[in-house]
Design a protein around this ligand. Structure first.
Ligand code: NAP
Length: 246
């Protein structure tokens, strides 16, 4: 389905990004496993894909820096010869109520989550325009749609991603390139592991599907939006949240 299509996944050394990279590798894509600092984890993801018969390489880049984003896209081209898709997955949280939120907490989250997605999208756009084909999938969050106390910075970054997704979809759609977002709900990863069990249980009770999500649930949606089967879908936000936000 994605055979020999080169797809870059940012923040792919762990969590949702790792699950996306492994899924794409299994579907035959040439996967670029981006990581910021943990080379050992990134190498393990590459090995897992290669051992399963897929193709993958790791590339170090801090997506919050434009020069790094440009390097990432160029390296993907150098390694596999072409680039078809980008998954803007890298993200961080610095949660606290606004009264305690420092300016640097706001800036760090915007710089990684929103500017990181902008940097990589800007760097890949000329390549996709030239090819007159391609896919960008941005990982937003239900928090960007519904808001969440203690996440003013994160919600702003994830809402910004939705606006960016729709605007870029309009800009580059005429060249056959789709841009969509996936908005996960509560997914069990390092990002959410510190939440107390009783709070998790209360949250589960409110979910129509009565369970938390797994990284693979998000990976499945991302794979669909990268595939030929989604070629008439652009500028959309697909919630993967067990029915949390409707
Ligand atoms: P995670 O387990 O904390 O992983 C985040 C990944 O992003 C890590 O690989 C991290 O690298 C990478 N990263 C952070 N800053 C980076 C940078 N500047 N450059 C490159 N990579 C960077 O988080 P996750 O739960 O998998 O989340 C993945 C995405 O899904 C995020 O955008 C997050 O906001 C979104 N999301 C998650 C949930 C959830 O419930 N888990 C819900 C909605 C949306 P390091 O290992 O170097 O830190």
């Amino acid at each position: 389905m994605l055979k020999d299509k080169t797809i870059i996944v940012t923040g792919a050394n762990r969590g949702i990004g790792k699950a996306i990279a492994i899924k794409l590798g299994a579907l035959g894509a040439n996967v670029i496993v981006n990581y910021r600092g943990n080379e050992v984890e990134a190498a393990e993801v590459v090995s897992e894909i290669v051992n399963a018969g897929g193709k993958a390489e790791k590339v170090k880049a801090d997506v919050s820096k434009y020069a790094d984003a440009e390097f990432l896209i160029n390296e993907a081209k150098n390694i596999f010869g072409e680039v078809y898709g980008l998954v803007n997955n890298a993200g961080i949280t610095r949660d606290t109520l606004i009264l305690r939120m420092k300016e640097e907490d706001f800036d760090a989250v915007i710089e990684t989550n929103l500017k990181g997605a902008f940097n990589c999208s800007k760097a890949i756009t000329p390549v996709l325009l030239k090819a007159r084909a391609g896919r960008i999938v941005n990982i937003s969050s239900v928090v960007g749609i519904a808001g969440n106390a203690g996440q003013v910075n994160y919600a702003a970054s994830k809402a910004g991603i939705i606006g960016m997704t729709k605007s870029l979809a309009k800009e580059i759609g005429p060249r056959g390139i789709t841009v969509n977002a996936v908005a996960p709900g509560f997914i069990e990863t390092d990002m959410t592991k510190d939440l107390k069990d009783n709070i998790k249980e209360e949250m589960i009770k409110t979910l129509p599907l009565k369970k938390l999500g797994q990284a693979e649930d998000v990976a499945n949606a991302v794979a669909f939006l990268l595939s030929d089967e989604s070629s008439y879908i652009t500028g959309q936000v697909l919630n993967v949240d067990g029915g949390m936000v409707m």
